[in-house]
Design a protein around this ligand. Sequence first.
Ligand code: BEZ
Length: 252
Amino acid sequence: MNITWDAEKYTSDFSFVPQYGNRVAELIDAPSGSSVLDLGCGNGALTKVLQKKGYRVTGLDASKELLDIARRNYPEIEFVQGDAVNFALPEPVDVVFSNAVFHWVEKEKQPDMIKCVYKALKKNGQFVFEFGGCNNNRMIHSALAAAFQEYGFCYEMPFYFPTIGEYASLLEWEGFQVRYAVLFDRPTELQGENGMEEWIRMFIKRPFTVIQTEQEKEDIIRRTVKELRDSLYINGKWYADYVRIRMKTVRW
Ligand code: BEZ
């Protein structure tokens, strides 16, 4: 993962992230009592949803700050700290589930992560997930790149947003059979009049490390938001141009 989270603000102002994950959880086809790992569980909101569906759940996340919130809110659930690209479970599980996580994992590390998932699953176990797909937030990243360039900097895209074909190949190579795959637009309303600015501050951190002064950073954010107003500020509300890749796969 390539981010340090502002965990409290993420939980209070970006609750749409786990909320959208409810639809992904519906793809799990396993009897009540099945064991489910929520990979990159964050603040645990979706781990709780999975538990309410009757599954025996464990949440795994790298962020201590998010796990502190998860453990505080859901003390009845087991949460463990671990890295999605290098983890092992004491016992294999029936299902590995993940929402809005894999775009944070560098392309080069995706095979390591998929290998860990394979080892964590029982034979015929399900791997069900959604994350940012090809062209996710294209308008936002283009506007950021233009603003960086205007100030003499290069915007390095910090995410991995694959096509279905690319990701299916990785999964098949590591021993998964793809049963369902879809790539779809999901324009997502952001909170408040400063929604886009807040979104950029919450999620775009690493690219700004090359910016030399706070003033330049503020100018770049202001320039980006101004550029996006025509396309992503609609009837008094900000929207992010999300594209999702959602899959259900089975371990051979
Ligand atoms: C996503 O959920 O697709 C996402 C969220 C924040 C930054 C990048 C992608």
